[in-house]
Ligand binder design. Sequence first.
Ligand code: SAH
Ligand code: AVI
Length: 349
Amino acid sequence: MIGHPMSIGERDQEPSARYRIEVHADVHARLKAMAEDVRNGLGARPRSLPPKYFYDATGSQLFDEITRLPEYYLTRVEEAMLDRLSPQLMQSLTPTDIVELGSGFSVKTRRLLAARGGTPLRYIPVDVDETSVAASAARLLDEDPRLEVHAVVGDFERHLMHVPPAGGRRLVLFLGSTIGNLDPPARVALLKQVRGLLRRGDRFLLGVDLVKELPTLEAAYNDTAGVTAAFNRNILHVVNRALGADFRPEAFRHHAFYNATEARIEMHLVSEHRQTVRIPSLGLRIELEPAETIWTESSYKFTRASATRMLADAGLRLHAWHTDDERRFALALAAPRARAAAAPRPRAA
Ligand code: SAH
Ligand code: AVI
C-alpha cells in the first residue's frame, strides 16, 4: 500500500450497491507511521523492518508466486483442508458476514464462499495492500451475484474499528498462518481485538503452520527458484520508493533459518559488505558492517497446545482443531469465551 499515490479516507471505487471500499488512513498518516517504524527498526540492534511493508503490489504478486512453489506447502495444505471442511463449516455456521484479516487475493476464501450455497452474504476483507483487495473484490463480485463486499484497506493491528457492525452471525477468518508473522505480545493484542468483533454464536477460523522437522520448514523459506529471496529484498524497494532511501537490494543476501528455541523461521537480509544507507527524509545515515543483518520477518510455528494458549490469552476458546494427515498445518475454530459477570455493586449503607 505504501508508495502508491492513493486517495484519502473513504470512497466508492465503483458506484455499486454491492461494493464499497474504505482506505485508512490518509497517505500522510501512512507515511508518517512508516517513517517511525523504519526509524525505530533500523535504529535498533538487531536492526529490523516490520513485515507488513513487504506488501506493495509487487510484494503481493511475489507472495502469490510463493504460494505456488513446490517447497511452500502451507498454502496447498490449507487449501485442501478448506476444500474438505468448508461445506460442513458454512452449513453449520450460516454466517451473514465474513470478515477476513490479511485477505490478500482471497483465493482460499472463494472456497468458503462457494460452499455457502448462494445465500446472501457480506464479505469484509481487511488488508494493507489495496491492489490485491480491489482485484479480488472485482472478481468475487463478478462470480457471485448474491455477494456484497465492504473492503477495508488498512492495518489490521490499527484499523479493526472500521469493520462495519455485524448484520447477523459473523465468521472472522485469519488464514495462511499470517498470525505467525506477529510476535507473541502483538498477536495476543490483535486476537483480543478479534474477540471484540465476536458475539455469542460467532466464530473465528485461524490458520496456523505447525512445528515440524527442520528440513521441511527451512526449504519452504529457501526455494530453489529464489522467489522468497526476491520477496525479502522487495521490502528495501518499498522503503526506497516511499521514503527516498538509497538501499541497494542486490547488496543484501536472503537468509532464512529455523530457530527451534523460539519455534519460528527468521528471515533476514544480510549486508554483503560494509555499506552506508541514507534516508534523507528521516535525516538517517546507517552504517552496516559486513554480514550485519536486517531482520525482516518472523514466522512462528505452533502446536495445538501453544495455539490453544494463545487463543485463551485473548478470551477465545478452541472449539475445533483440524489438521491434515501429516500434521503440517492446522485450522483452529474458536469461539468467544463468555465474559466474566460484573461483580455485584456494593449496597449503599
Ligand atoms: N490470506 C492470504 C494472504 C496471506 S499473505 C493467504 O492465506 O494466502 C499476508 C497478507 O496479509 C498480505 O495480503 C498482506 O498485505 C496482509 N498484511 C500483512 N500485514 C498486515 C497488516 N498489519 N494489516 C493488514 N494486512 C496485512
Ligand atoms: C504471510 N506469511 C504467513 C508468510 C509466512 O510464511 O510467514 C510470508 C512469507 N514469508 C516468506 N515466505 C512467505
